[in-house]
Design a protein around this ligand. Structure first.
Ligand SMILES: [Fe+2]
Length: 181
């Protein structure tokens, strides 16, 4: 009787961990699509930015994002999975929102920059939440190489987010208020 119980509870754990692994791989595919999508969206955002500071922050993060695509391929390789992109509806929506903000604000204004920063920070926050979860899942699943790579990406997203906050606080928000007065 005891043997039977322990066997079924082991089976349950195996099922649970393979379901978690599946969730992990699925989320990885989602983020792989999201990062690739961003490599196309970020240059447009940089081009539309008013201040040089914002433009260069976005360009810096574009270079990081291109590298994150490669890091995600390394994560796939580390778990013997093929790198496959699966459309991420959330990132598609966030990028659409950024595009509509850019079309609704005037060229060369600080208000445009405030809008771009707001949209870019929503992207970063989505990524921070996603990579945080994925890194934890990698830890739980005993995938240290994947966890380390995901942690590196998570740090880059956090840095990009705080750089945007610095720009908003130090420069752009003040100028937008001046424009309104
Ligand atoms: Fe990213």
């Amino acid at each position: 009787m005891a043997t039977k119980t322990s066997r079924s509870s082991n089976q349950k754990m195996t099922d649970e961990s393979s379901a978690l692994k599946e969730l992990f791989v699925d989320s990885l595919k989602d983020l792989y699509w999201a990062e690739k999508h961003l490599t196309k969206a970020l240059p447009k955002m940089a081009k539309k930015a008013t201040s040089e500071e914002l433009r260069s922050a976005i360009e810096k993060h574009l270079a990081e994002t291109e590298n994150q695509v490669i890091k995600l391929e390394q994560v796939f390789a580390s778990i013997d999975e093929k790198a496959v992109a699966k459309k991420c509806e959330a990132m598609e929506g966030l990028v659409k929102e950024a595009e509509s903000i850019m079309s609704e604000t005037e060229n060369g204004t600080m208000t445009r920059d405030v809008g771009i920063i707001a949209a870019a920070q929503k992207v970063e926050h989505y990524e921070i939440a996603s990579y945080g979860t994925l890194r934890t899942l990698a830890d739980v699943l005993g995938l240290p190489e994947a966890a380390e790579l995901l942690n590196q990406i998570l740090d880059e997203e956090k840095n990009a987010d705080s750089l945007l906050t610095q720009i908003a606080e130090a420069y752009v928000n003040q100028s937008a208020m001046r424009e309104e007065n």
